[in-house]
Ligand binder design. Structure first.
Ligand code: 5RP
Length: 233
């Protein structure tokens, strides 16, 4: 395991401390939170941890079932106690860019239904100003080129549809996904989120504002949990 992978594992596993027996847990998507899912599965199987999970993607659903985490439909429970998820960037105000793994729509639905959100990250994800990663945006397949052009005009940057070979990459929801190459310039992520959502054809945007309560951050110095002073935890 290389250094970057080791940091993902440290962060992913450390976040499990937020999960207690009886909780309804949102299970995020990505290569960092994968380690959370693996560790929660181990605790369910070996330590009698009693939880139910709601996955944010088909990939996470398959992994969670593989490791023995009981899953439920989001609509069958009255909200979730916590969601643990990865991020592509987080800023000093705990605002996030997500969607690198194309799961942003289900991730945001689950996050909005959760009483708390804990993010797992390594130090590469910590930024002063959001945007270097780009902004993932899920859009309807109908006239997706027109929506992309409208977004490009709105944001004054290149917006690129993700491809899989010669086909548009499709999300778990059957939509297209594009990345706005805006650069580290998002000074007002709340206004940026609102303006993108105003474009017809946009299903959801990977700006997650005022949702994250804590970041479990792994670096060369070990693991640190950054608590959002305005958060719910
Ligand atoms: C998927 C996401 C991921 O959480 C995000 O891309 C981080 O993934 P990783 O931990 O693999 O870097 O938002 O849509």
């Amino acid at each position: 395991m290389n250094d970057a992978e080791a940091l993902k594992k440290i962060a992913g596993e450390a976040a499990c401390e937020f999960v207690k027996t009886g909780m309804r847990v949102g299970l995020g998507t990505g290569s960092t939170v994968k380690y959370t899912v693996l560790e929660l599965g181990r605790r369910v199987q070996e330590e009698g941890l009693e939880i139910v999970g709601v996955p944010t993607s088909i990939a996470t659903q398959e992994l969670a079932l593989d490791v023995g985490i009981p899953l439920v439909e989001l609509g069958s429970v009255d909200g979730l106690d916590i969601v643990i998820d990865g991020t592509d960037e987080f800023d000093p105000h705990f605002q996030l860019i997500k969607g690198g793994g194309a799961a942003l729509l289900r991730e945001k639905i689950v996050a909005q239904q959760s009483a708390a959100m804990v993010v797992v990250a390594d130090e590469r994800k910590q930024v002063e100003c959001l945007g270097a990663f780009g902004i993932p945006i899920e859009i309807t397949p109908f006239a997706c080129d027109v929506t992309v052009a409208a977004l490009s005009t709105l944001l004054n940057c290149e917006v690129i549809l993700r491809m899989e070979g010669s086909e548009h990459k499709l999300t778990d929801n059957g939509n297209c996904i594009a990345d706005a190459k805006i650069g580290p310039s998002i000074n007002d992520p709340i206004a940026t989120e609102a303006s993108i959502l105003n474009v017809a054809g946009v299903v959801q945007v990977g700006l997650f504002n005022n949702m994250c309560d804590a970041v479990v951050l792994a670096s060369g110095n070990g693991v640190d949990t950054l608590m959002n002073p305005k958060g719910r935890l």
